[in-house]
Design a protein around this ligand. Structure first.
Ligand SMILES: Nc1ncnc2c1ncn2[C@@H]1O[C@H](COP(=O)(O)OP(=O)(O)OP(=O)(O)O)[C@@H](O)[C@H]1O
Length: 333
């Protein structure tokens, strides 16, 4: 379990979260469940931005969905403002949904091509009756201003916008209900590099102005570095390192974090689409993870003891932990 250090009362708290999915029959007839997330404990204070990073398939989206209450944990619990999400009635859950919003990688997939974006941005206002009907248009214009879109955008449909503009629309829609907590799942990965910076800057401004707590999921460490105060590194469903973003980036303590940072060429332009960079060695199947430390099959420091047990989190400093028997802060070249 990760020790969170001294912090204000959390807004969102995940305790011992795990999620498995039933496996498919393999060639030899063996069926293995996939543990997408295992034993994750994580808390966000109000207004805090936490980045979740790791290679594709390490469980980031599944964690984000559980923290939003969109997916039920197999084990563990998520609480929001001190209330266990699993214990809420449907009506309480609906009410709470106003305060929790999600922004996805593909805004086009979550927008209805036949409706004007003005109508779509204001759905939440109507559902939750946040402003009187006569004030909806003024609120819509305020939201468009906030995300840097012209007011003339209101009457147009999604296809009239570029990828970056559509992500601004998705952000405006998420903000419309005045949430306290946003899960942003790879919100800029599908965008052109130059546009990514604009959307990240927008999110930074909003975080500052609105005091939003944000779980920002990304395989791109540099995006996270700009935006987040704390970083959580996942590998095969487990948190392997967690700490203040500045400290973790300067001197990562887990060999996997070091490998991720080394594999990320610093701020070089890269192709659109943001395919995760390849680390040395093969990522084991989540249906058949190695015994002991999940990273040991690719780890340059691995020794016999690493195969014996999943390493406990070692405290590097208050609020900074790494699950490795050799965890020690070390600068990357
Ligand atoms: N609904 C599902 N049914 C079966 N397996 C699933 C399901 N959702 C996720 N998984 C599996 O759980 C593991 C974690 O997936 P998840 O999407 O959470 O990872 P991720 O880190 O977000 O990856 P990506 O960046 O590719 O989205 C993967 O092995 C995935 O195949």
């Amino acid at each position: 379990m990760f020790d969170m250090g001294a912090k204000p009362a959390p807004l969102v708290e995940a305790r011992g979260l795990a999620r498995n999915f039933p496996g498919r029959q393999g060639l030899l007839g063996r069926v293995r469940d996939v543990w997408a997330v295992r034993d994750v404990t994580l808390a966000l204070a109000p207004g805090e931005t936490v980045g979740v990073v790791g290679e594709s398939g390490c469980g980031k989206s599944t964690l984000g969905r559980m923290m939003m209450g969109l997916d039920r944990p197999t084990e563990g619990s998520v609480s929001f403002d001190g209330r266990d999400l699993a214990a809420l009635s449907a009506a309480e859950r609906r009410k709470l949904s106003r305060r929790m919003q999600m922004v996805f990688q593909d805004p086009f997939g979550s927008l209805d091509p036949r409706r004007s974006i003005g109508a779509q941005i204001t759905d939440g206002l109507r559902i939750h009756r946040l402003v009187p009907p006569g004030e909806i248009e003024a609120e819509l214009f305020r939201l468009l201003d906030q995300v840097g879109l012209p007011r003339s955008a209101a009457s147009r449909r999604p296809h009239a916008f570029s990828g970056g503009q559509r992500q601004r629309i998705a952000v405006a829609r998420a903000l419309s209900t005045r949430p306290d907590f946003i899960v942003a799942d790879e919100p800029v990965s599908a965008l052109d590099v130059s546009i990514q910076a604009q959307v990240v800057n927008l999110l930074m401004d909003l975080r500052r102005d609105l005091d939003l707590a944000m779980l920002f999921i990304s395989h791109d460490l540099h995006v996270v570095r700009h935006l987040c105060t704390r970083i959580v590194v996942m590998y095969l469903g487990r948190v392997v390192e967690e700490g203040p973003a500045e400290r973790v980036f300067a001197t990562p303590a887990h060999p996997y974090t070091r490998a991720l940072l080394t594999a990320t060429p610093s701020l070089k332009p890269r192709p659109t689409g943001g395919a995760p960079r390849i680390l040395p060695g093969e990522l084991p199947s989540p249906a058949n993870p190695p015994s002991g430390c999940p990273f040991r099959t690719r780890c340059p420091l691995a020794e016999a003891a690493c195969a014996e047990a999943v390493p406990a989190a070692r405290r590097i400093e208050p609020g900074w932990q790494a699950a490795c028997i050799k965890a020690a802060p070390e600068a990357v070249a």
